[in-house]
Design a protein around this ligand. Sequence first.
Ligand SMILES: NC(=O)c1ccc[n+]([C@@H]2O[C@H](COP(=O)([O-])OP(=O)(O)OC[C@H]3O[C@@H](n4cnc5c(N)ncnc54)[C@H](OP(=O)(O)O)[C@@H]3O)[C@@H](O)[C@H]2O)c1
Length: 264
Amino acid sequence: MDLELAGKVALVTGGSRGIGKAVARQLALEGMDVAIGARQRAALDSAAKELTAETGRRIVPLIADTSSTEAVNAMVAATVAALGRLDVLVNNAALVGGVPSSDLATVDEAAILDDLNTKFLGYVRCARAAAPHMQRQGWGRIINIGGLAARQAGTIAGARNAAIVHLTKTLADMLGPAGITVNAIHPGTTRTERTAVGWAEQARKQGLSPEEFERKLAGQHAIRRVVDAKEIAYLVAFLVSPKAGAVTGEVIAAGGGPSRAVYY
Ligand SMILES: NC(=O)c1ccc[n+]([C@@H]2O[C@H](COP(=O)([O-])OP(=O)(O)OC[C@H]3O[C@@H](n4cnc5c(N)ncnc54)[C@H](OP(=O)(O)O)[C@@H]3O)[C@@H](O)[C@H]2O)c1
């Protein structure tokens, strides 16, 4: 299926590594030019260099902290200045897990506010800055990367992902008349270039070898393996294509079936 994305332009926040980088790669492989945003220059530049060499597309690295309105506005303006237009925004920048501790007695208020400022308000800022460019051309796509913690109690940070769901439907209603669709994707535990280190540490704490730990993790999913970041990217590529124009305000989980709960 031709996703009809060639020649379009995307901005992927948090595109220097992990899911964001996998998304930027896939969109570039579909023929898009892509701006990637993050805070740290070295990783961002190295991702841009790698993806340019791999895909032959223009990949523009933009330093921007999405917790700053000024930085977000400048990032969106720089995307349009460098690549000529903006068709697709992928809101992804945030730290996995968000708030380190969920212990009620000791949970750090500042950490909660920082996390919401990046993940929830950061997505709002980016959508607000990107929307006028899409509205002017009467077409656009916004994807909000949430997380399956939205559907599972137990972590304070899970609330941010529930908030992303609400934001997604609200933006879909606001922007739909201008030809813009807005959808959310919930990853579950997802393999990225960084997971091996974290899993090795968890394996050690549980007295397991890394292989045993990974087998245990895989066994907790209906598909009996852990989802890879590129599988999130395939879903993004479909949802931002003109062919997915009928889908908006939706939330799609791409976690490999980690939960036994049933959702309508
Ligand atoms: N991986 C998973 O298992 C998983 C599961 C559920 C949901 N998710 C969600 O998927 C998204 C990506 O996760 P990931 O695993 O790819 O994370 P990751 O490997 O830690 O990458 C996070 C990216 O976001 C950037 N970033 C973080 N804070 C930022 C800020 N304030 N401003 C701009 N950029 C910022 C990071 O670059 P800098 O540090 O240089 O800024 C990096 O590029 C997140 O929204 C996360 O909540 C991930």
